[in-house]
Design a protein around this ligand. Structure first.
Ligand SMILES: Cc1cc2nc3c(=O)[nH]c(=O)nc-3n(C[C@H](O)[C@H](O)[C@H](O)COP(=O)(O)OP(=O)(O)OC[C@H]3O[C@@H](n4cnc5c(N)ncnc54)[C@H](O)[C@@H]3O)c2cc1C
Length: 367
């Protein structure tokens, strides 16, 4: 790494969260002679979330590739394991009481669901693998399954189970008239059609509280569903609870930023990925691109010592951002721009290895 002549000019960038967005920022800044980067995460591993549905339901062994200890990721800089509980101008505080100073602070704490399937919360990669294995065993022992929510996660859960364990009685309940995304009726139709062809019972325009005491669950419209296992695939929640009194959150808990990811009212704070309020669908490849773009801004600021923006503002992904939803290993539905795709094509692109190999290569690891 190059060293600037005047050490006092080095800027300390602290990145809160080592998901897709945080790793993208940290790796893009690593090796810059004007910057020292420190990444903080409450768990000691980086997770590829789009592998989690398969890992949690039918094949926990893929966590060997999808839950990656930070120490194995090249060009990341210093990594501190700890939960961030508060922030102030100039430093952040961890649950352990340790304080970490910064010049620039990047929020990249992402989001979570109520369902533990979606994101690991703490511990090691090996802990996450054990959690996945236990979940696989619980599903194997079950006769019937209830999936609450027919967005991308719920549909993928149904697809994995129907493909690998066709003997399970699977019911998916969704509150809207169509599965997946409202403005893509063909994708929605194809997903429902495929699931029903695999004997999945799809109930639309209805709601069920999966927290009811099972094994019999009742929907709002009075349908009774028997389920030994329930997956709660609803509601993306930004992981910003500890910021609730700072005034930087919008009504839904997302961090308010401008199109340079700058946090309103705090010129040295930034937020990228799922935790910010950029008005577009929350996807990993967008989180990664935001991280890279912010890193370019930070490099320029570190040199000038001033807060300014030379890079272009973030370009919103309006219309139809690319999206693929797997239905087991050999099928899928999706959209490439305005064009719907289904069957073999999305399966070839995503469903086989769930982008695990590509994502690992992106962060400098063998596929
Ligand atoms: C099941 C599933 C499937 C998906 N499939 C796709 C897909 O196919 N394609 C796609 O593009 N996107 C997909 N997504 C969306 C994608 O995963 C997210 O958009 C992406 O993970 C966002 O990255 P992030 O870095 O902003 O947040 P996250 O991935 O949520 O990472 C945030 C990190 O911050 C850490 N953290 C949070 N709070 C604290 C704290 N207080 N202190 C310390 N650390 C903290 C967390 O431990 C975590 O490591 C999927 C999501 C899920 C859940």
């Amino acid at each position: 790494m190059g060293v600037p002549e005047d050490q006092s000019k080095i800027k300390r960038v602290v990145v809160l969260g080592g998901g897709t967005a945080g790793v993208s920022v940290a790796q893009a800044l690593h090796g810059n002679k004007d910057i020292i980067v420190t990444l903080v995460d409450r768990k000691s591993y980086h997770e590829i979330p789009w592998a989690n549905v398969r890992a949690y339901t039918v094949d926990y062994t893929i966590t060997a590739k999808s839950a990656i200890p930070f120490k194995d990721i090249p060009k990341l800089g210093e990594v501190i394991t700890g939960e961030v509980v508060s922030i102030s101008e100039g430093s952040i505080k961890l649950k352990s009481g340790v304080e970490v100073p910064y010049d620039y602070l990047v929020f990249a704490m992402g989001s979570h669901f109520h369902e533990p399937l979606c994101k690991g919360v703490e511990g090691t990669a090996s802990d996450r693998s054990s959690e996945m294995q236990a979940a696989n065993e619980k599903l194997t022992a079950a006769k019937s399954v209830l999936i609450v929510g027919g967005g991308a996660v719920g549909v993928e859960v149904a697809g994995e189970i129907a493909s690998v364990m066709p003997d399970k009685q699977v019911t998916l309940v969704h509150s809207k008239p169509g599965l997946l995304v409202d403005d893509r009726p063909r994708m929605s139709y194809n997903a429902k059609h495929w699931l029903e062809s695999k004997k999945v019972k799809v109930i639309l325009n209805d709601k069920v509280d999966g927290k009811q005491k099972g094994p019999i669950y009742q929907t709002q419209n009075g349908v009774q569903i028997t389920a030994d296992v329930v997956y709660q695939c609803v509601g993306l929640i930004p992981s910003t609870g500890f910021l609730s009194s700072t005034g930087i959150l919008d009504a839904k808990g997302f961090i308010k930023v401008d199109m340079h990811f700058r946090v309103e009212g705090h010129p040295t704070w930034f937020a990228v990925g799922d935790c910010n309020n950029i008005p577009e669908i929350k996807l990993g490849y967008l989180a990664q691109a935001q991280g890279k773009q912010l890193a370019e801004e930070l490099k320029q600021m570190a040199v000038s010592g001033e807060i300014f923006q030379k890079t272009k503002p973030w370009k919103l992904q309006g219309g139809f951002p690319a999206m693929i939803v797997s239905l087991g290993k050999k099928n899928g539905v999706g959209h490439i721009g305005p064009i719907p795709i289904w069957g073999f094509v999305p399966a070839k692109i995503k469903s086989g290895d769930l982008f695990i190999g590509k994502t690992r290569k992106d962060i400098g690891l063998p596929a």
